[in-house]
Design a protein around this ligand. Sequence first.
Ligand code: PMP
Length: 386
Amino acid sequence: MANSFYDIAGQLAQLKQQGLYRSRRLVDSPQGVLLKVDGKQVINFCSNDYLGLANHPEVVARFKQAADQYGVGSGSAHLICGHSSAHHALEEELAEFTGRHRALLFSTGYMANLGLISALVGRSDTVLEDRLNHASLLDGGLLSRAQFQRYRHLEDNDLQEKLAACTGKALIVSDGVFSMDGDLADMPRLAELAKQYQAGLLVDDAHGLGVLGKSGGGIVEHYDLSTDDVPILMGTLGKAFGTFGAFVAGSDDLIEWLIQKARSYVFTTAMPSAIAEATRVSLRLLQTEVWRREKLQHLISRFKAGAQQQGLQLMDSVTAIQPILIGDSQRAVDMSAALLAQGFWVSAIRPPTVPVGTARLRVTFSAEHEYHQVDALLDALGKVIA
Ligand code: PMP
């Protein structure tokens, strides 16, 4: 008799019927604004490579050299024999960049959030998360076994009520820039509430670092806050940094605690040292090539002005993430396919990534885009959405 456990075809068919089936496309070129996708060249408007560093010649060159120097694999976890001088130097530079005592590398952002939250709170505590937080933050909250509460998106009154009802330790967790909406957390208010209620505050600034703030310091610099206001900062390296991996920055004690207790740090292989060396170069470029951030802002403004003129339904975003609300999942998927046929790659984001009924086209920008490419995208959007 067939084993019914493996009867997955029906569930897959259901996803297809609901417009929720996901498939991958084959990219056969370096990352950048122009991609060869399924054999055809398209303009990429869906990457998180916001500053265009993923294929920067200096970053690539350092990666190659460092592979000669360190080999490819890191050999083991950091706590065994995998912690190299390249990792250590990057940690020190990230600490300096974020103005904190120390930083700790994680192999991915997803793992950083799982390890971080579950190391900081447990059964008798409460974790309070914005409803629209990234999946890795939500999963980290669930994994921690703390009482898990979600407050309504950006509604500090709801958060305050929940904080007031907490008994044990409480940890507030928020994206800095919300990854599917592009809007910003009200960080000054979160910092105020955390102080008032003696709660911890953890910010995932995956989409803000390198993009927001004059020197790319992210949401903390954008709001001109101190490190004291936002004591636990998490950042990823696969977006504006253009490489791979993640880090947590904070006090000496926080980092030492994570080295002891964050299971996704302790029990996993360290990122390759060549990635760390390449990231040291991209960190320097991110700080010195200020024009990248400035150009990105000009591209965003140009897109927003054009989209508003066309009556496209944008969301409240000043960041490189500019979603256009569509609503129906299948409609968003069809529009994304129509754009691709015209040579523009814009992804359709559907539930469960976003709430039901809010499927969207998520347009993202890179400093390497040209203004005429933004205009061409606007033209194509106008035709597809009309
Ligand atoms: N946090 C946020 C807000 C993200 O958008 C992402 C990646 N999409 C992550 C964490 C996970 O980072 P990584 O891709 O390095 O696992």
